[in-house]
Design a protein around this ligand. Structure first.
Ligand code: SF4
Length: 323
């Protein structure tokens, strides 16, 4: 079994926000009691609707948000005892919109070498050498190093974002919706590039996405988040073939399918998403859950563990009518 590169242990993030004149300050629980482990070479897909806490989780892993509770270990070392520089050498982000994340006034060579320059690693000759190497690895012609972002196609800009993230050879690349800003025709190229780089560099990915097709294509394991908690996790093939949590089943059913025999999903996710500062009691999914019982409205489900499968539900199992 490959070594653990990332271990998230009972992590929580709470923001204190103003509730206005009548309510004073309120707590917004963006992430609650989240735990997962990622081993070297794995691709963990972190999925869920907007506002489920996946981006806050990403910011904590990048050291951009302090933890309220729990811990995050990178190669066994607590993030609480690591400097921002140390974290940046281990974990690098690949953002969703390469155009807005690339400085339009900087040349491509300068953008790609930025992490090395910002952290004071090497000298000008090293930077040039490493930029040349990484551009070749991500499939960018070397002459583009003197160009500017607006002279590149969307796919080339995303390759620049990937090159910038990987120039320091981090252990973990944290990909936040890596293809959502790209044309469909280019998305497959970037996904295949990420797969090739994972093998070539022994990378570990955390893939944050609401696009289940992207997650299915890339992920080796999946964690499904709902209102700040992980409700189901396990090997990707098992989650996609045999989801046990009603929310995972709803997410998968809401992906458009060309098969008319499958009919319409039992629950539609355009139903109202609960307010995270006024969470439903008990299981927070109960207002939308087709399987909810009275017990679910009052009692938070514990996480049930069966080998690598974990599910937080009082009544896990296949969707009704299919068992
Ligand atoms: Fe639905 Fe109850 Fe399971 Fe929550 S605990 S997902 S409400 S069945």
């Amino acid at each position: 079994m490959n070594p653990e590169v990332l271990k998230v242990v009972n992590t929580a993030k709470t923001y204190r926000i103003s509730g206005g004149f009548f309510h004073g300050n309120l707590d917004l629980h963006a992430v609650s009691d989240v735990s997962f482990t990622v081993r070297q070479g794995e691709v963990l897909g972190l999925v869920g609707e907007s506002g489920c806490g996946k981006t806050t989780m990403a910011k904590m892993i990048l050291g951009l948000e302090p933890l309220t509770k729990g811990d995050i270990l990178i190669e066994g070392k607590s993030i609480r005892s690591m400097s921002y520089r140390e974290i940046a050498r281990k974990v690098q982000p690949i953002f969703q919109d390469p155009y807005s994340s690339l400085n339009p006034r900087k040349s491509i060579g300068s953008i790609i070498s930025l992490p090395l320059r910002a952290l004071g690693i090497g000298n000008r000759r090293d930077w040039d050498e490493k930029v040349r190497e990484i551009m070749e690895l991500v499939g960018l012609p070397p002459n583009l190093r003197h160009n500017y972002p607006n002279q590149l196609s969307g796919g080339q800009r995303q390759r620049v974002a990937v090159a910038r993230a990987l120039i320091m050879r981090p252990e973990i690349a944290l990909c936040d919706e890596p293809t959502s800003a790209l044309d469909v025709s280019v998305q497959a190229q970037i996904l295949n590039l990420l797969i090739d780089l994972r093998e070539a560099l022994g990378l570990t990915y955390i893939l944050i996405s609401h696009n289940l097709a992207v997650v299915e294509h890339l992920a080796t394991s999946v964690a499904v988040m709902y209102l700040g908690r992980i409700v189901e996790q396990g090997p990707a093939a098992e989650i996609f073939n045999d989801p046990l949590h009603p929310y995972t089943q709803t997410l998968l059913a809401s992906v458009l399918t060309p098969d008319p025999d499958k009919g319409l999903p039992e629950v539609r996710l355009d139903a109202e998403y609960p307010n995270p500062i006024d969470m439903p009691p008990g299981c927070s999914f109960h207002p939308r859950c087709p399987r909810a019982e009275e017990f679910c409205r009052t009692t938070l489900p514990e996480t049930l563990i069966d080998g690598e499968r974990k599910v937080a539900c009082h009544f896990p199992g296949p969707p009704r009518g299919t068992a």
